[in-house]
Design a protein around this ligand. Structure first.
Ligand code: DAH
Length: 337
């Protein structure tokens, strides 16, 4: 009798186990088989009715069933727990959203943006031109004669005999003057290229912002006023500045502007080569030949132009000692800005 009951119970459990898939099922299983009034307990009750000499044998059998049952119960319980946590990990709508890593603007971009903002607030528009430029726009129309020694000032990357990577943003002046009626008042930011050995101070590409204003009666005083306003906004209202005569083929007269070195405040340091001054831009009145090349009569209209670099300024502002680090794309460097 008891023997059959034991094997029936085993068979019943065998059938039931695969159907248990939730904690509720498992609890029902526990009550039915493992609880004090469960089926296993009733086997122990029956054991009392068995003849004494058979008790040890049946006792061992029931104990074995009990052990297996308890082990199976534990196994199923941890399996259900594991799927529950897995599902929980997959979709937990109560979790806060994951922050996306935020990038920052490149320090040179930031410098250029500030320059742009100041000129835009002074009424300048913004124009862009191609980085692959022809000899005509990069040199010829800007009054560089074919064998003009000034071409040696800029070591050029040639794509073909008459196609170059632009060596400055000044050719955009030609494109703007040729493509729209006067007055024009624009700045022209962009990347430029020169065939230079890469070092801590120099790279073969860098960034410039050119400016151009052409209209009736544009004067040298207008140019100076614009440059001083820019410099005070950009470098600080307390800076000192000076203009030096200079030479560019596309302007006449030409000048360069220095400001007091903002690192040593004019005392003289390694960066300003002990002079106390930093050269920040070139400028001048648009050369009559350039106006003529663009279809304007230099007797009737005049203009001023200027050009400045953004890389060296960024280095000085942020106290960086090697220009190459700007272009390594190292996120640990870029994140500091
Ligand atoms: N293009 C010159 C350079 O790359 C900078 C420059 C000087 C631009 C005077 C100008 C200018 O527009 O008027 O060195």
């Amino acid at each position: 009798m008891l023997e059959k009951k034991i094997s029936d119970l085993q068979a019943e459990v065998e059938k039931l186990l695969p159907t248990i898939s939730s904690m509720d099922d498992l609890e029902k299983f526990r009550i039915e088989f493992l609880s004090r009034s469960g089926k296993l307990a009733s086997l122990y009750e029956e054991l009392k009715t068995v003849p004494n000499d058979q008790k040890p044998l049946f006792g061992q059998k029931i104990n074995g069933v009990k052990k297996t049952l308890e082990a199976q119960f534990e196994m199923i319980r941890s399996a259900i727990n594991a799927t529950a946590t897995k599902q929980k990990n997959e979709i937990d709508i109560s979790l806060p959203g994951r922050m996306r890593p935020k990038g920052t603007h490149h320090p040179i971009t930031q410098t250029m943006e500030e320059m742009k903002e100041i000129f835009v607030s002074m009424g300048f528009g913004i124009e862009y031109g191609p980085e692959i430029e022809d000899d005509y726009h990069n040199f010829e129309a800007l009054n560089f004669a074919p064998n003009h020694p000034a071409r040696d000032m800029q070591d050029t990357f040639f794509i073909k005999d008459d196609v170059v990577l632009r060596t400055h943003t000044t050719p955009v002046q030609i494109r703007v003057m040729k493509s729209r009626p006067l007055p024009v008042r624009v700045i022209m930011p962009g990347r430029v290229y020169r065939n230079e050995a890469v070092s801590a101070r120099a790279n073969y590409f860098f960034h410039q912002v050119d400016g151009l204003y052409v209209d009736k009666h544009v004067s040298f005083a207008d140019l100076k006023g614009t440059l001083v306003t820019f410099a005070k906004n950009f470098y600080g209202s307390d800076i000192k500045y000076r203009f030096r005569p200079s030479y560019f083929p596309f302007t006449e007269p030409s000048l360069e502007m220095d400001i007091t070195c903002f690192l040593c405040k004019g005392k003289g340091c390694r960066i300003c080569k002990q002079s106390g001054w930093l050269e920040v831009l070139g400028a001048g009145m648009v050369h009559p030949n350039v106006l003529r090349n663009c279809g304007h009569d230099p007797e009737k209209v005049s203009g001023y132009a200027f050009g400045m670099g953004a890389d060296r300024i960024s280095i000085l502002r942020y106290g960086i000692d090697d220009i190459r680090i700007f272009f390594d794309n190292d996120i640990r460097f870029l994140n500091q800005f």
